[in-house]
Design a protein around this ligand. Structure first.
Ligand SMILES: [Cu+2]
Length: 340
């Protein structure tokens, strides 16, 4: 299929949740700062792309809202994070910042936050911790994919355009946070029932949204359609090299496939790769997997006739993730790449 027609078929999705801001914006400082943020642990129902309401929990911006994922945080080495978490729900939760590499202890934790309680985590980021992190709730194994997660970007001190000191450089940066949703599990949590030991995902999201194909309710709405969500879609002129910090909150591994350009693959699970491979498909592992890669925004090398403009898809090459509700094709985890 010709690429433009492919993307036009693609699409669509869910969510009434409040979205965070757009691209991560960053200006380095010569002095450390304190980054303060308050999250409210809340719950609520989000309408999925097939119209089904599913219960989620989130680290939200207000006591009455619901943000899935949480608003992202960006800071630099040497900064102090001061994160206050207010638990508005009836059960105990927590807030942890994951380690850089698998097996690392978490960087910081609030410890238990009882129902109705508030805790503040204070953490000064040491040198050497630059990278991409998921913050989440690890009080249970499933709270993370119930929606209690968000992205933390730690920049190398004094750098505006490197992932780690000496990395290939970029012009822009953003998160892609992937999640897989089994509504039966979410429903069991909501009703205090026994949580199933099986996991059958029926929705696959990127930054909390799915694509919505033309004709679907919400198609083209940037608050509902991952193809148009400015936090999610890649948009740039030739040369606008974009770092994508990919985090997996879910139970499924994914094959992240970009059209138009190959990614420059910088890290896998927090480990800097010994050489930068150019790949069109990247393996994002489940259960807190992560990858950092740069989409180089080079003129698409295999486009004919030659072009520096156009629309291309980023989708996942594991088929189930391109569906919702057990079969609705192109209501899954997908976004757009636009050469402006
Ligand atoms: Cu593809």
């Amino acid at each position: 299929m010709e690429r433009r027609s492919f993307i036009k078929l693609g699409g669509a999705s869910l969510a009434s949740a409040v979205l965070g801001s757009g691209l991560l914006s960053w200006v380095p400082r010569s002095e450390a700062a304190t980054i303060s943020k308050t999250f409210y642990i809340t719950g609520g129902t989000i309408t999925m792309p097939d119209g089904v309401g599913v219960y989620f929990k989130g680290f939200s911006n207000s006591a009455t809202g619901l943000n899935v994922p949480a608003a992202s945080i960006i800071c630099q080495e040497g900064d102090t994070l001061s994160i206050t978490v207010v638990n508005k729900l009836a059960v105990t939760h927590n807030f942890v910042i994951g380690g850089l590499k698998p097996g690392d202890p978490v960087l910081a934790s609030t410890g238990d936050i009882a129902s109705g309680a508030t805790k503040t985590l204070t953490y000064t980021i040491p040198t050497g911790k630059a990278g991409s992190y998921l913050f989440y709730d690890n009080k249970t194994t499933y709270n993370v994919f119930l929606g209690l997660h968000g992205g933390l970007a730690i920049m190398p001190a004094g750098k505006s355009n490197q992932l780690y000191s000496g990395s290939p450089t970029f012009v822009k940066q953003q998160f892609w946070i992937f999640n897989d949703i089994d509504p039966a599990l979410n429903s069991a949590v909501q009703s205090n029932a026994v949580v199933p030991t099986t996991f059958t995902p029926r929705y696959f999201t990127i930054n909390g949204l799915t694509s919505l194909p033309p004709g679907a309710a919400g198609h083209g709405d940037p608050t509902r359609d991952a193809l148009y969500d400015t936090r999610t879609r890649l948009a740039g002129f030739v040369g606008d090299r974009t770092l994508v910090r990919m985090l997996s909150a879910g139970m499924c591994s994914h094959a992240v496939h970009a059209h138009a350009n190959h990614f420059e693959w910088l890290t896998d699970r927090g480990t800097v790769r010994s050489s930068v491979w150019k790949k069109d498909t990247l393996y994002l592992r489940n259960k807190l997997g992560k990858i950092d890669a740069i989409f180089p925004f080079e003129a698409p090398p295999d486009a004919y006739p030659p072009t520096t403009h156009g629309h291309f898809p980023m989708h996942l090459h594991d088929e189930m993730s391109q569906t919702a509700g057990g079969g609705m094709y192109q209501f899954g985890s997908m976004t757009e790449i636009e050469f402006l």
